[in-house]
Write a protein that binds this ligand. Structure first.
Ligand code: IDP
Ligand code: MG
Length: 138
């Protein structure tokens, strides 16, 4: 067994809708361990690093503006296969078609905006998790 860590963000829509506790509770109930937790206002510098893979895409600037629109909750969760496990709990990127039972499927919808407001971020690989944890928990 290898202990793995992931970076979870409750995005500004999730915080504004008072869903932070519900989201964290689902991850804890699944069996993963909360390691670090904070509510914070992202900076543009942090977001430019965090979303560097999306620079140049149509939704990039709307995404950065959205993530600056209010506070986020940042958490580190730990457990064997937590990266894959949290992405399964989160559901697919598009909340319209994310499976019911997932965070995005249960609480998300398309608001017709330039960026999908889909409540949560979760790291997609061990390398991404290490990079992202350093950005949010320096
Ligand atoms: P992920 O969060 O499911 O890993 P990514 O492809 O890494 O999805 O995209 C980062 C974020 O950018 C998404 O969570 C979503 O908020 C937004 N996004 C991604 N693709 C689109 C798109 O095609 N249109 C609008 N927003 C998008
Ligand atoms: Mg991603």
């Amino acid at each position: 067994m290898s202990i793995e860590r992931t970076l979870l963000l409750v995005k500004p829509d999730g915080v504004a809708r008072n869903l932070s506790g519900e989201i964290l509770a689902r991850v804890e109930a699944k069996g993963y361990t909360l390691v670090e937790l904070k509510k914070t206002a992202a900076t543009r510098e942090q977001l430019e690093q965090h979303y560097e893979e999306h620079v140049g895409k149509q939704f990039y600037e709307p995404l950065v503006k959205f993530m600056l629109s209010g506070p986020v909750v940042a958490a580190i969760f730990e457990g064997h296969r937590v990266i894959e496990g949290f992405r399964s709990l989160a559901g697919t990127t598009d909340p319209t078609t994310a499976a019911p039972g997932t965070i995005r499927g249960d609480f998300g919808r398309d608001w017709g905006l330039k960026v999908q407001q889909n409540l949560v971020h979760g790291s997609d690989s061990v390398e991404s998790a290490e990079r992202e944890i350093a950005i949010w928990f320096a």
